[in-house]
Design a protein around this ligand. Structure first.
Ligand SMILES: C[S@@+](CC[C@H](N)C(=O)[O-])C[C@H]1O[C@@H](n2cnc3c(N)ncnc32)[C@H](O)[C@@H]1O
Length: 240
């Protein structure tokens, strides 16, 4: 696991990467697919730490009947169900995930269109969604893929579109700082045991991609700190 550093030509400016995250590398795509195919419904145990932040993010995303919404990284489908209900009637909730097992589990909840794919190469047309939701996925992508994922999110959102992102973040008080310190230690030793997730700072990442941040909150649950960012489509050119 290499510590954060800056590299020219990979979409990151000098010093920015170390502001966003401490660990550049994480598990590979193949390891991520295997980890989430294997854990299956066991992923629902994470709700003990993540449910509050996820519910908050969906509440402030501004989902409305008739909208086309996309969730990247559907997991077992809990949020997908909430999104599908919020855009009905008349709207559609699409979902994408790397893991076929996660897609099958999500299918139990909804008949919404789901597809296998990667967050860094979305199989959707430009400007095709009003809302995009992505929780606890960016924190498991390698640093080099984060600009690519954000550029894809910007591409598929309509000019009036809005996204909500949720991620494990750095601690904000003593319990969450201790929690994150223990998490980082375990991540150094066995990143796969944590599904490849490590803390990152969403706000600078989202702003660097040209999005306009409307709201940023930190929610902690049993010491687990989550950062929530709600932002509107980029007005600027984005990653340069
Ligand atoms: C930590 S889980 C979070 C699931 C869900 N968003 C939630 O909040 O419960 C990460 C999800 O992202 C999926 N995933 C991992 N890497 C991905 C990638 N590169 N592209 C799309 N999905 C990915 C995993 O299969 C898993 O379903």
């Amino acid at each position: 696991m290499s510590a954060a550093r800056t590299c020219a030509g990979d979409g990151w400016g000098g010093g920015e990467r170390s502001v966003v995250l401490m660990f550049d590398t994480t598990i590979s795509r193949a390891q991520a697919r295997h980890a989430y195919d294997t854990i299956g419904t066991g992923l629902d145990r994470a709700a003990r730490f993540e449910a509050r932040a996820g519910a908050h993010a969906l509440a402030i995303l501004g989902l409305k009947p008739g909208q086309r919404a996309l969730q990247i990284g559907v997991g077992t489908g809990t949020a997908h169900l909430a999104i599908a209900r919020a855009v009905a009637p008349g709207g559609q909730a699409f979902g994408l995930d790397l893991s076929r097992v996660m897609l099958r589990l999500t299918q139990r909840h909804s008949a919404a269109p789901l597809c296998e794919g990667d967050a860094v190469a979305l199989p959707f047309a430009t400007h095709s969604f009003d809302r995009l939701y992505c929780a606890y996925l960016l924190d498991l992508l390698p640093a080099a893929d984060l600009p690519r994922a954000l550029a894809e999110f910007a591409r598929v959102l309509r000019p009036t579109g809005r996204l909500a992102l949720v991620s494990l973040s750095e601690g904000v008080d003593l319990p969450s700082r201790l929690f994150v310190a223990a998490w980082k230690l375990r991540f150094r030793l066995a990143p796969q045991s944590l599904g490849g997730c490590r803390p990152l700072r969403l706000r600078p990442l989202v702003e660097r991609a040209g999005f306009v941040v409307e709201r940023r909150d930190i929610v902690t649950q049993h010491g687990f700190p989550s950062e929530i960012v709600v932002a509107t489509s980029p007005t600027a050119a984005g990653w340069g």
